[in-house]
Unconditional design. Structure first.
Length: 638
């Protein structure tokens, strides 16, 4: 009995060490478990230990050894045993990485059936997760993938499996890949609360943080997170994670126009995938390297990589990745006026529409629009219809969130793109946007806009100026949008202009006012970075909101100053009072509090200076004197 317990203990230690990134120790305990099983002559125990060894070698990217251990395990396991279920799962993973999805699916389904027959939930959850992550996700059957991983996660929680993060990570990855960022965000937060720092799963968590950031356009956070994940991948020896990291770094650098750096990362990804025989990643990394080659000015190299990727992904039935590769190839061929572009585009667009891969179009609009425009009037009626359907599909895709700063400057971040400030100054586009943001309902009539901007112009000129302003703003918000396409942000219908901001958009003045309404004065103070649109001081429409926000800011400062004084923090109270006086040098309440705080610190000269500056300002500017209580305090000091 003690030998059996010791054997189980070795297996459990090996698994825990693997998840903690201690691969050498995990391998050592797995070997010790095998030696103990062999000394006992227990075939099923040997099969379990062999499967454990195979899993550790999988983490190291040793797919050949992994396959050998998996086959040995299956040959030794009994027909209705847990060891057989584990061996089938391991063979499925091996087939997924190096062979075909059909073989992998067969092994996983066989393992799931066996687990149900022998009531083995610990591996049933693994089989369901592997079917989701290795089969359905690869084929682009994302609804099935999410449903299976949800069931796998439920089972893993019931048995308190140390691997319960695996289905969560897989679900989050799927949601990010297909553009469901609102669904991915809570999953990412859940993983963050559960994952142990520096563990094997922590590397994948960082990779997900990076992917989420890259699709949000925050490339600084993405690159930083990829760098942290790379340290963990090197510590754990996890090859698939290393390939994901290289792929992500290539994407980010490509988007930042750092093409030589992107090329290095893409080559690194191809090298790792090729060296380890990792077929599930090979098509992906070839697609990325091909795209980098194209934008770097090497179309022939790009075409070679893309065609090789398409061949590999077709054999593997990795339909989402195949569709992306075909889409890139169609765009490349079309740019070179190659007539084959029509065939490849039709293959890609059919799958995009039938399999709901709209995120491919959405994330590559600069490539999609020229293809749609070129083939919407094709003599091939089927292709023309498919291309026109893409227009509708793109219109239904939720636009990226907009983050707008109006306090202390004018900045707009749309998805990952910072809007050039000089564009906002053209044809009053920036003023029109700000005016819409200030309006309740974010909608204005032609007459309201005309009266605000061009009250002194004749009707004919106003119509032209109005069209120029709305067209400029439309192009700013969606730079690649063709004229005939409707904007997802700005609609101009029957003389009214309406701005629509998607979920997760932020406007700093709204956040500031919300904090004030909730009496969250500290956060209100933190977000107020300066006057409302200081670059538009001479635009009459901006004066009223600027003064209203400034008064609210002044109120925020004074409330916090009084709180600091009541909390017996005179130094902090003085700092806040001085900030208030920078805004309003006649603010007597701030002067009184500042004088009291200075006296609490035995700073009589400071109190005298504050009073005298107030007195000078009031006399010179308003021909009046400070209120009586201030004069009395001043006299008591001197």
């Amino acid at each position: 009995m003690s030998s059996s317990i010791s054997f189980e203990g070795l297996l459990n230690q090996s698994l825990d060490q693997e998840l903690d990134g201690e691969i050498a120790a995990s391998l050592k305990n797995a070997r010790a478990a095998l030696e103990q099983a062999q000394s006992l002559g227990d075939a099923d125990a040997c099969a379990e230990a062999l499967a454990r060894l195979g899993n550790v070698h999988y983490r190291l990217g040793h797919f050949k050894k992994m396959g050998e251990f998996a086959r040995q395990s299956l040959s030794m396991a009994g027909q209705k045993t847990r060891a057989r279920a584990d061996a089938l799962i391991l063979l499925g993973v091996h087939a997924f990485e190096t062979g075909s999805l059909e073989d992998a699916e067969s092994y996983f389904l066989g393992a799931a059936d066996l687990c149900r027959q022998i009531d083995y939930p610990h591996s049933l959850f693994r089989a369901l997760h592997d079917i989701a992550a290795c089969i359905y996700s690869m084929r682009g059957q994302y609804n099935l993938a999410l449903a299976n991983d949800e069931e796998a996660y439920r089972i893993a929680c019931q048995i308190d499996s140390p691997q319960q993060l695996a289905p969560l990570i897989a679900m989050c990855n799927v949601c990010i890949d297909i553009g469901l960022l609102d669904r991915a965000q809570p999953l990412l937060e859940k993983i963050h609360h559960c994952v142990a720092p520096q563990s094997y799963y922590y590397g994948y968590y960082l990779m997900l943080v990076a992917k989420f950031a890259q699709f949000e356009g925050d490339f600084s956070l993405a690159l930083s997170s990829y760098d942290q994940a790379r340290i963990i991948s090197e510590k754990t020896g996890d090859i698939p994670l290393r390939v994901f990291i290289s792929l992500g770094n290539s994407y980010c650098n490509r988007k930042m126009d750092k093409l030589s750096c992107a090329s290095e990362w893409a080559n690194d990804a191809v090298e790792w995938a090729s060296r380890t025989g990792n077929r599930r990643m090979l098509g992906r990394v070839l697609t990325e390297r091909g795209f980098v080659a194209w934008v770097s000015g090497s179309p022939h190299l790009a075409e070679t990589d893309l065609r090789t990727a398409i061949q590999d992904l077709t054999e593997r039935q990795q339909f989402f990745d195949l569709t992306l590769a075909q889409f890139y190839l169609a765009a490349l061929l079309h740019s070179n006026r190659n007539p084959e572009a029509e065939i490849v585009w039709q293959q890609a667009v059919e799958r995009i529409l039938t399999r709901d891969y709209g995120c491919i179009l959405d994330r590559n609009r600069e490539l999609a629009y020229p293809l749609i425009a070129a083939f919407a009037n094709s003599k091939n009626s089927t292709l023309a219809e498919l291309s026109i359907r893409c227009i509708t599909y793109l219109q239904l895709m939720p636009p990226p969130p907009v983050h707008i700063q109006l306090l202390g400057g004018y900045q707009i971040k749309l998805g990952g793109r910072m809007i050039d400030y000089h564009q906002l100054r053209k044809r009053r586009a920036g003023e029109l946007l700000a005016l819409l943001l200030l309006e309740k309902g974010r909608s204005l009539t032609f007459d309201q806009i005309a009266d605000t901007f061009w009250g002194d112009k004749d009707t004919k000129n106003i119509q032209m100026l109005f069209h120029q302003a709305t067209s400029s703003l439309r192009r700013i918000l969606e730079s690649q949008l063709p004229e005939k396409f409707s904007s997802r942000y700005l609609s101009v219908i029957e003389g009214s202009v309406t701005l629509t901001l998607p979920p997760r958009s932020t406007i700093d003045i709204e956040v500031f006012e919300k904090h004030c309404l909730e009496e969250d004065w500290e956060n209100a103070l933190a977000i107020y970075s300066g006057d409302f649109l200081p670059g538009y001081l001479y635009s009459g429409w901006s004066t009223a909101p600027r003064e209203r926000l400034k008064r609210l800011y002044l109120r925020t400062i004074l409330i916090l100053a009084h709180r600091q004084w009541e909390a017996r923090h005179p130094r902090e109270a003085i700092d806040l009072c001085l900030r208030a006086l920078e805004i309003d040098p006649w603010q007597e309440d701030a002067v009184l509090l500042c004088m009291q705080a200075c006296l609490a610190l035995n700073d009589r000269p400071g109190a005298i200076r504050v009073y005298q500056e107030l007195e000078r300002s009031l006399v010179e500017d308003l021909k009046t004197e400070p209120q009586a209580c201030l004069q009395e305090l001043y006299r008591s000091i001197i």
